[in-house]
Design a protein around this ligand. Structure first.
Ligand code: PLP
Length: 391
């Protein structure tokens, strides 16, 4: 496959396919019986895809934008100003300092209240004449952030006292065990706990409704009851399956496996192509020895960029639609691959580290398998320094 966006520099680059993102959005829109709002989770530099590059593509397609860090929310507001876009609901899921909370109130960004450390913020909001929209996080069984059912409603008394400045707009929880199983008993128990917590919240605050958002990708796909008012879709928006079990469950629950379209490809141009003689060693530790004369390509990519060292001796990249094994160890800034069968001369080649080339594909899942991890970690750890281009 000819690279559609190869820069002239010797570094690797990431291609982001806008059409694939749109197709993934369409899929979730098509599920939206009772039309829950579609929220895009853009945390972790948009799962390593690149927030700056992906935000302009995603923003017009979704109803809510979720991030972890206050800075990222402010970047969304900045982009909206620059591009003249209508402001979207933006929710910061992560923990905040009081200064950040005040800045988010000014930017009309929603925050998540997951503990009692908000009295100081309330005082400062009042002093400045600001209001902050917030969502109450309920811990229904993940054991991460949020109020447990046992803490409700007593520990939320402060919210009633701060109602003039902390406007409770929503309630959320996060599932612990949808992706690792093909039956959803634990998730259903979490849903029931959430419903109970939601009722208590409404009574406590004297409200008659809240924006409930509970489902991440896997639950949004597999559990219609968990879609509530809004879904928080991360990994699947980027065209990646949350897990093999989720894919298997989709076949059972939805009767067919919906097609997800991977948004990201990662490529580079070789920095050298040359023959190594029979018996030559490759890489640190001399762990590989050429059993025959071998044409190798030296690639300017290594574990600094997020290519896992653990895949040494297992992985392949794609060159001219052919699988080319990684020889020896992955180094900080280099990979050496066997291109004997992929090219007929020593001219530079383009290698695909993640993505499709001809009929072959190295998926994030495949690379994750070699690296004994999950696709989430593979993409999230792609270096922020790598150039991203939307194609
Ligand atoms: C990361 C995250 C999501 C998105 O999860 P995916 O499995 O990537 O869809 C949703 N909600 C919360 C609270 C998260 O931390």
């Amino acid at each position: 496959m000819p690279p559609s966006a190869s820069p002239s520099s010797s570094a690797s680059w990431i291609e982001l396919d806008a059409a694939s993102l749109r197709a993934n959005v369409e899929l979730f829109r098509s599920f939206a019986r009772g039309s829950p709002q579609l929220g895009a989770v853009l945390k972790g530099n948009a799962y390593g895809h690149g927030l700056d590059e992906l935000l302009p593509v995603t923003h017009p397609l979704v109803d809510v934008i979720y991030v972890i860090a206050a800075d990222d929310a402010l970047r969304v507001r900045e982009l909206e100003r620059q591009a003249g876009l209508a402001p979207r609901q933006v929710v910061v899921l992560g923990a905040l300092t009081a200064d950040e909370a005040l800045e988010l109130a000014r930017a009309q960004v929603d925050v998540v209240v997951a503990d009692r450390a908000w009295t100081d913020v309330a005082t400062r909001l009042r002093a400045e004449g600001l209001r902050l929209a917030c969502h109450v996080h309920i811990d229904t069984g993940l054991g991460r952030e949020g109020f447990t059912l046992a803490q409700l409603p007593e520990e939320l008394g402060f919210l009633r006292e701060a109602a003039d400045v902390l406007e409770v707009r929503g309630a959320l929880t996060h599932f612990a065990n949808v992706e690792d199983v093909t039956e959803q008993d634990y998730a259903r128990a979490q849903t029931h706990a959430f419903d109970e917590a939601h009722d208590r919240l409404l009574r406590l605050l004297g409200l008659d409704r809240l924006q409930r958002h509970v489902a991440a990708s896997a639950a949004a796909l597999l559990m219609p009851d968990a879609r509530y008012e809004a879904v928080r879709v991360g990994i699947a928006l980027y065209g990646l399956w949350p897990s093999p079990e989720t894919r298997l469950s989709a076949r059972l629950v939805l009767r067919e496996v919906p097609r997800l379209h991977p948004v990201l490809s990662w490529r580079c141009r070789s920095q050298a192509v040359k023959w190594l003689p029979e018996g030559a060693f490759v890489g640190y530790g001399c762990t590989y020895r050429c059993p025959q004369p071998t044409r190798v390509a030296v690639l300017p990519v290594g574990y600094f960029d997020g290519y896992p060292r653990l895949v040494s001796g297992k992985a392949h990249v794609l060159v001219n639609g052919q699988r080319c094994p990684v020889l020896g160890r992955v180094m900080m800034n280099h990979l050496v691959v066997d291109v004997t069968l992929a090219t007929n001369d020593d001219a530079p080649v383009v290698a695909t580290l993640i993505g499709q080339d001809g009929n072959e594909c190295v998926s994030a899942e495949l690379l994750a398998g070699w690296a004994q991890t999950i696709n989430y970690e593979i993409v999230a750890r792609l270096g922020a320094h790598i150039r991203r281009v939307v194609v």
